[in-house]
Design a binder for this molecule. Sequence first.
Ligand SMILES: Nc1ncnc2c1ncn2[C@@H]1O[C@H](COP(=O)(O)OP(=O)(O)OP(=O)(O)O)[C@@H](O)[C@H]1O
Ligand SMILES: [Mg+2]
Length: 240
Amino acid sequence: MDRVSTGIEELDRKLIGGYPVNKVILVTGIAGSGKTIFGIHFIHKNCLEGKKCLIIATEETPDDILYQAKILGQDLTPYYESRQLIIENMFENRSEMIEQTRYGFKPESPDIELPNLVNLIHEGTECLVIDNIGTFALRVSTKKLRDQFDGLNYLVRKKGCTALLIMDEAAHNLTHQLAEYSVYGSIRLLVKENSYLGKMERYLSVPKMRSTPISPEMSVFEITSEGIKIQESEGENLAK
Ligand SMILES: Nc1ncnc2c1ncn2[C@@H]1O[C@H](COP(=O)(O)OP(=O)(O)OP(=O)(O)O)[C@@H](O)[C@H]1O
Ligand SMILES: [Mg+2]
């Protein structure tokens, strides 16, 4: 199976080369766990390889994303300026709609359903990050939600993209973790205390990655000035 680099060397090794091409991967985690930075790695590496990339950003402006990327030494600005990378600014669209209705707020005003996000995907996009689908998932009844995730997953693949769908842990839990079943693979980021060392650490686990032999063990990682560094442990890669 062809693979697309995750932009993180250790994770590429763990996943036997990277994310399966033309599949959808879910990334979940609490606030500040590193989800957006995870997406930046994927986009930066694939921009470097000349692929057409798209970020649909629901919670940050393009400037915020470009700044975060730059301080991690993964400058996306040249690709953004040449339009090899497009950043759809859903954040400002959503926020402006809410502001306009301040004195008669209609919760449904930014009336966007999950599968309709594919209308934002430009022709020829190869790598896609949607950060964060939790924003839209919370508007849908549980009854409809599984269909909406399946619909989004199907349509994204039909467009030929390899995609990271980022979803905050709160929305993921409130939606009964249903998105997990629709996608090809999922990655969970967490921050918790290492009681042995008595300090907080960042962890990454891969609960599922179809067609990929993968250890259920969690890996420790750090966010440094050069981005995400994952500690590798002996025997972690089951294919070795
Ligand atoms: N250069 C850096 N060195 C060390 N840590 C950094 C660096 N840049 C960012 N961080 C850490 O990464 C954390 C956030 O990462 P990121 O924005 O990817 O999280 P997130 O999971 O997307 O959060 P949210 O749910 O709020 O969107 C920050 O809280 C910060 O502590
Ligand atoms: Mg984020």
